[in-house]
Design a protein around this ligand. Sequence first.
Ligand code: PEP
Ligand code: MG
Length: 881
Amino acid sequence: MVPYVYDFTEGGRSMAALLGGKGANLAEMARLGLPVPPGFIVTTQACRVFLTTGAEPPSLAGELADHLAALEASAGRSLGQPDDPLLLSVRSGARFSMPGMMETVLDVGLTDAGVAGLAKASGSDRFAWDSYRRLLQMFGSTVMGVDAELFERALARLKEFVGAPDDVSLSASDLAELVDTYKALIRDETGEEFPQDPAEQLRRAVRAVFASWNGERARVYRRRAHIPDDLGTAVTVQRMVFGNLGSASGSGVAFTRDPATGRPGAYGDYLPDAQGEDVVAGVRNTVPLAELERLDPNAYSHLMGHLRVLEQHYRDLCDVEFTIERGTLWMLQTRVGQRTAEAAFTIAAALADEGRIDVDEALTRVGGDGLARLMFPRFDASATGDPLARGVPASPGAAVGAAVFDSAEAARRAARGEKVVLVREETTPDDLPGMVAAQAVLTARGGKTSHAAVVARGMGKVCVCGAERLAVDVRGRRLVVGDTVVEEGAVLSVDGSEGAVYVGAVPLMDSTVMRYFETGERADGVVDAVAGALDQADRVRRLEVRANADTPEDAARARRFGAQGIGLCRTEHMFLGDRRQLVEAMILAHTDAERERALDALLPLQRADFVGILTAMDGLPVTIRLLDPPLHEFLPDHTELAVRVATAARPDPHDVALLDAVERMHESNPMLGLRGVRLGLVVPGLVAMQVRAVAEAVVECRRSGGHPRAEIMVPLIATVEELRLVREEVERVLAEVSASSGLTVDCPVGTMIELPRAALTAGGIAAEAEFFSFGTNDLTQTTWGFSRDDVEAAFFSAYLAKGVFPVSPFETIDRQGVGRLVESAVAEGRAARPDLTIGVCGEHGGNPESVRFFHDAGLDYVSCSPFRVPVARLEAGRAAI
Ligand code: PEP
Ligand code: MG
């Protein structure tokens, strides 16, 4: 029969699922010969039985008794023994750390009869009564269900009555009186006496720890940390050791390296004459660990030895909790320690240099999220106060600037050298100049794939969107949050990594890692560590990494950041600014001749764009997507225009024509309307103009000695018929340009797969496509039926809180749904055309967890904004290990 209780000597680190993280690591330390107070562990399996049946497994009581007997034999005294009681700590410990979320009962075994014995054995009356009142307090609330607040109030009343400024000032007799108060409290609240049988105390404490798995706090924590609800907790039962037995005792925490910077050398805090709980609770100020060397050189040198053993053994940064009881050092906990992103890279590189781990393992110890954090300026965490508002952390980094409420003002102030934060209800393509000019973009509406988010991420601008508490008053040039009014020009600090906005200027810390990507300068050890990890990732990864870029500057940056081409050039971004009038003219054209004139005017501009981008990416593939967004986005706002026409004495005929067009083109669901390939098929000449611009750009680059590799991509295909029609047009134009230039211009033609129907009929579509690129933004939108611009701010926070999904499907690919469409399209596409190139260019292409999925799904490349290229390279490498 599988046991429900394991002695420390029977367990080990690999058994965390059964023994919990704490228990497994205590067992490991015991096996390494480190001084661990003896004990045993009740398994998570026993807890699961309790949680499902409401009762402990029948054999548990017997096993507990046997292990207790063995513990008593080794200690030479028994639980609660009146003249010198053995006391126990009973602690929770799940497989995944859930700090402070479940229960602990200390000093189990103490009774009325044992207090005097403990006082004698320890030489301290005060210590004995203090231990007893701690037990009553913890047992009373945790096991017997008395409101913890009642104990706190009784303690506060006593302190006030005797004039004690803190707990430590209470005398032995004060504490003895408190014990009586607590006992009466338990009796009054439960109708039951505090149990004087030590074995009963132990049994009930174990049961209470089991039950605490389903406490409110623990359930909420698990939901947030994505920890399954059915794991259960183990219970570690261990002999108590005391750090509060005078100046030769104490408790502390230590790390084998600095968890903030990764620098070698032990690091930690120590509190003389205190229990471990006191260190964590911060009741008194701790001293740096180095001080322990002076206070107790012997214990210090033992501790340093143990830390070396642990780091050697775990081959990683470890943290420990320890207690010194009258000069004897005890190790109470260890685990592979949490660390900052900076420390993660530094430590992985150092351990690889020291030959303790190999370079592949070093790569598994770092991650894309951490790298993203290191790439952007950060706020000095010690200098932030309460945020003014919170929103979606849409584009990482930190920025400070004056609040402005429209694009023109942003551009005006930026031209004067001022730093600005563009604040909008939401952004549209019209806001682009303002976004370029601003340090950060802040919106009250929209989620991670809203216009603001996608564009800001592409530009590497800080962005917080969907900060719903903001009331943005564009006319009044101010924003209001509750009682706070921020007028135009007032300084805001925006943290795009955390999704927070602060009033005033929070001090900024620059990123040396970003400087390295931009200039190659290796300013510090963190940069060396990041560069080393990326080198290794590049060696092992199978996925290529391309960038989403629409300008030569972005293309050049993407290349510096390691992109192997452009996976998505959104041509609609090239139709903004001054060119909007030309687009307007195209939309308003009444005759073919008018439309052709407008298209002819656009052609040279597009061609010049493409020459710039192809030159910046010379020799590498550049996937140019035909125009995608709804045409009405290029027309003025309906309300503004209608007001202008209605209030003018003699309306401008151009305005009237525009208003007519805006009304004609109005759609209830523009995202599902006239966009993508549909535009190309209904606006005569549009595809031909764009393809001609690409082909002529290719010719021009080739004539100047370049090696342009343009690819043409068709958006929003639902059926192969659409692609076939566009393809005919593309081939006709390519043939014309080839004939007129005397050079063979041969661009691969492919399609985006961003509608479920396209994914489901991928085999047929592959017959007409040389490549696929998954548009996972639209594929997520259309598979879930979630409007990508609206839902995140509207109700995702409620969905996340209720656990409908653990993370937004616009951020991390939904493997079961959208991912399944991707997998089936890959399989069908490759079956139809084995040499089909397949990539992804939705926002998921730069999301660490999603990159792993795309690797598993067998894609050839991921494409993401230039700033996420290093993150994607790193994650593609990690996925390949
Ligand atoms: C997509 O839908 O994933 C995509 C890349 O296209 P866009 O975001 O431009 O619609
Ligand atoms: Mg799309």
